[in-house]
Ligand binder design. Structure first.
Ligand SMILES: [Zn+2]
Length: 138
């Protein structure tokens, strides 16, 4: 399952429960429609620094890493163990393509080969344990 969407904040949409579920599925941050209400209102997507280009990655911004992003990161890292700024540092270091390949490898269920989600302690597809759930990644 290749990863399809990196949100401008550095989150990988593919690992989100909203993106993986079949009912009321979210199309991911860079899609034009079928997005969760929470993500439509997101302060990162609507950031004035993006000058209307909501898809611009925060890692490309002159103010990176800004307070807005760090606030989101703090919440996300506390709740799910994922670091947004670290994703951008890794992308800068090894390139987007390699970053995605490594990320995908980490988050692929060893049992069924589908992607795990950061929001559940088990695989949504086969119920195998998600060993990365809430593990702090830095
Ligand atoms: Zn599985």
């Amino acid at each position: 399952m290749p990863i399809s969407t990196v949100a401008p904040c550095g989150l990988i949409c593919d690992l989100c429960l909203g993106f993986q579920r079949t009912k009321n599925k979210c199309s991911g941050c860079t899609a034009e429609e079928n997005k969760s209400a929470f993500c439509v209102k997101c302060s990162i997507v609507n950031c004035p620094e993006k000058n209307g280009d909501s898809k611009k990655p925060c890692g490309d911004c002159s103010k990176f890493p800004c307070k807005r992003l760090k606030d989101l990161e703090k919440r996300y890292f506390t709740n799910y163990g994922e670091s947004l700024t670290d994703n951008f540092y890794q992308i800068k270091e090894k390139g987007l393509e390699q970053f995605l390949l490594d990320f995908e490898k980490t988050w692929t269920c060893r049992e069924c080969g589908e992607l795990l989600t950061v929001h559940r302690p088990q695989c949504l597809h086969c119920n195998a344990p998600n060993t990365y759930y809430k593990r702090k990644h830095k």
